[in-house]
Design a protein around this ligand. Structure first.
Ligand code: E4P
Length: 218
């Protein structure tokens, strides 16, 4: 499963990229606002940091023409831009046009298997089902990932399932078990995957015993 980082914070992306953990980056208007930076400037910086790997930049127009124009503008930033459009009827129209031009398109704000089916039919490069926001409503977000996986496999759709709105390390595990192609997560969630209480406990015990030996390695 590919790891995308869901942030516009350049330093956090760099830290994970240095560990080889970054297969791509996703941003959205809220994340750009949180970064306090100019969308084109920060997106260009991210694209240059991870050449050849997709960086999603989101359109904000509500009509297809506006999304297409914004998408083309965002695509000028770098070759590795994936244009993000919302899963609306106009977003699907924009997806069809932009992918027809050979651009990567990430169809975002997906909350149902039918929406994902439409996105695949419209040629989406990525579909982004938001698992965390479904969980917030007491609807199992991971069930949606399983449904989309089955539908895409039934018909060999090449659209990649990009598990989004990931809130926990457990979401990452579940996405991988279900065969999601990608999961995008905030840096803190990716780091949290390394944590285990028994690792901490074991380390503590080893260090206590080591101190008793009075030895040094260096
Ligand atoms: C994905 O591309 C979105 O940017 C993101 O995963 C949304 O997550 P949230 O529901 O935590 O805002």
């Amino acid at each position: 499963m590919k790891f995308f980082v869901d942030t516009a914070e350049v330093d956090a992306i760099r830290e994970l990229n240095d560990l080889g953990m970054v297969d791509g980056v996703t941003t959205n208007p809220s994340l750009i606002a949180k970064s306090g930076r100019d969308i084109k400037e920060v997106t260009a910086e991210i694209c240059a940091m991870i050449p050849g790997r997709p960086v999603s930049a989101e359109t904000v127009a509500l009509d297809a023409e506006g999304m297409i124009a914004e998408g083309r503008e965002l695509a000028k930033i770098a070759d590795n831009i994936a244009i993000k459009v919302p899963l609306t009827w106009d977003g699907l129209k924009a997806c069809k046009v932009l992918t027809g031009e050979g651009r990567m398109v990430n169809v975002t704000l997906c909350f149902s298997a039918n929406q994902a089916l439409l996105a695949a039919k419209a040629g989406a490069t990525f579909i982004s089902p938001f698992v965390g926001r479904l969980d917030d409503l007491n609807i199992d977000g991971m069930e949606l990932i399983a449904e989309i996986r089955q539908i895409y496999d039934n018909y060999d759709f090449p659209t990649e399932i990009l598990t989004a709105s990931v809130r926990t390390a457990n979401h990452m595990k579940e996405a991988a078990l279900l065969g999601a192609d990608v999961a995008t997560a905030p840096p803190a969630v990716i780091k949290a995957m390394a944590n285990h209480v028994l690792t901490d406990k074991g380390l503590d015990a080893f260090l206590k015993d080591w101190t008793k030996t009075g030895q040094k390695i260096l």
